[in-house]
Design a protein around this ligand. Structure first.
Ligand code: AMP
Length: 462
């Protein structure tokens, strides 16, 4: 029978990549929690209306890419294509106090043509801040995104900014743009020749050569902003200048979703292919809460795709940490019960360790120890089990010498109960300690109890 494979446009995450994703998430959480953003978990599917009304029924995300379906109860549902509409829906449903500052992480689903950096299920982290209209909140949100990227060590980032105005100044601008597009409609790309009237702003986002040529002479929204929107944008820009966060102004940055007002932004990573180089983006959405049936509540947020951030790190040679290998590996050739006990003790002492199962041969267990990346193998045979001893096998040359040194230092200084690195109990006999160390030097065998405390000491100092 043929094996099943993951669906097209999705991927499985296995170690160490899965651990690098987990690292990205924890670095993100640490960054945004500094600014009092708190975790929100919302369902992976919502009433389709949340996205149709929230993201916009003419947006590509809804018309072409949404995974919508009817469930067994006849409800029209959609897998979440993005996080903002869901968080705002949850905000309106639960009515928490404002300012409401939330962060989220989870999969997003879009029916796109799969390619490197473009998946049908990808993972986003993001923040949303609801309540204040304040341009300094825009600064906070944008600087959070940039600080996270900088903290990962990413370079060659371009922060693009634009203001889309508000209900006051955008409609006259859109009318002006429409009449320009009407005059030039025959020059637009095939798709926009049909659709420019539905959402004229979307033409500014088009990457087709024909539309690029037309939009060069199109009216620019920056020339139409009302004084309030201009002031908002200017305040944001001077705060970014003051904090030396570089940006470029991009008249064409309208972003794909319909809900944006005023500030929009996107971060491109120049090391990635241009069609998938957006590693984060967002903006202000002062009308979204109302579009979802709630009270007028301004908001701003961003989302960033973890797959792309990981790709950007890899492309720039940034190796994110994965989970370290176990430090100790237990090889038990007396049936396995002793390993069950020892591993339990070592883990209680906080030492990462693993073991072999199924009563394999010593050779096979040691082969597994080598592969595990552990530093130390503990071997228990019948002789050791009877004598309550263990045999230590250091898997990297040099570690045994350091371990002996530690045992010696510990033995020498054990008279002083407060000495760091003390392993033996002060009551135990000095010649006996020396004898144990000498025997260990020759045979690698230590009493089990001493092995626990010495190993703990060794890894504490390692
Ligand atoms: P958007 O809501 O389209 O701005 O998406 C937010 C972020 O999610 C983008 O900046 C990308 O990093 C990421 N992203 C969007 N679509 C995809 C996709 N199909 N595959 C991978 N990442 C994506």
């Amino acid at each position: 029978m043929e094996l099943f494979r993951s669906p097209s446009g999705t991927r499985d995450w296995l170690p160490p990549d899965s651990e690098r994703m987990a690292y990205l998430i924890s670095a993100f959480a640490a960054q945004v929690e500094l600014a009092n953003y708190r975790l929100v978990l919302s369902p992976m599917f919502e009433d389709s209306g949340v996205f149709v009304r929230g993201v916009g029924d003419e947006s590509e995300v809804v018309t072409k890419e949404m995974y919508d379906f009817t469930d067994k109860g006849g409800r029209s549902l959609a897998l979440r294509p993005e996080g903002t509409a869901s968080v705002v829906r949850a905000f309106l449903q639960h009515n928490p106090p404002v300012p409401f500052k939330a962060w989220y992480v989870g999969p997003s689903f879009r029916y796109e043509r799969p390619q490197a950096g473009r998946y049908r299920q990808h993972h986003q982290v993001g923040i949303e801040a609801l309540g204040p209209k304040d341009p300094y909140l825009d600064f906070e949100v944008i600087s959070m995104l940039m600080n996270w990227f900088f903290s990962l060590g990413l370079r060659d980032l371009v922060l693009k900014l634009n203001s889309l105005g508000d209900d006051n100044c955008r409609p006259p601008y859109v009318r002006e743009l429409s009449s320009y597009l009407e005059k030039n409609q025959n020059l637009l790309c095939v798709e926009h020749q049909q659709r420019w009237q539905v959402n004229p702003l979307r033409v500014l986002d088009c990457k087709k050569e024909e539309c690029i040529a037309v939009k060069e002479n199109a009216p620019k929204i920056k020339n139409s902003l009302c004084p309030e929107c201009s002031m908002h944008f200017e305040t944001l820009l001077s705060c970014l200048d003051e904090h030396k966060i570089d940006y470029v102004l991009d008249d064409y940055l309208v972003r794909g979703l319909d809900y944006y007002t005023r500030t929009t932004f996107e971060v491109a990573c120049a090391s990635l292919e241009s069609s998938q180089n957006a590693i984060g983006g967002g903006g202000r959405y002062d009308n979204l809460a109302k579009a979802l049936g709630g009270n007028d509540t301004p908001g701003i947020g961003f989302a960033s795709g973890l797959e792309r951030v990981l790709l950007a790190c890899e492309t720039q040679g940034i190796l994110l940490p994965a989970v370290p290998s176990p430090k100790v590996f237990l090889a038990d050739i007396t049936g396995g019960g002793k390993a069950a006990h020892m591993i339990h003790v070592l883990r209680t002492l906080g030492i990462a360790c693993d073991r072999a199962f199924d009563n394999r041969s010593l050779k096979s267990q040691l082969r597994q120890a080598d592969k595990s990346g552990a530093i130390l193998a503990i071997v228990v045979g019948e002789k050791e089990k009877e004598a309550n001893c263990v045999q230590l096998k250091w898997l990297f040359p040099g570690d045994k010498d350091r371990f002996i040194q530690l045992l010696t230092v510990a033995a020498d200084s054990s008279r002083d109960a407060g000495t760091n690195g003390r392993i033996f109990s002060p009551e135990s006999d000095e010649p006996e300690k020396r004898d144990i160390i000498e025997r260990y030097r020759l045979s690698d065998v230590l009493p089990e109890d001493l092995a626990y405390s010495a190993i703990k000491e060794f890894f504490r100092n390692a």
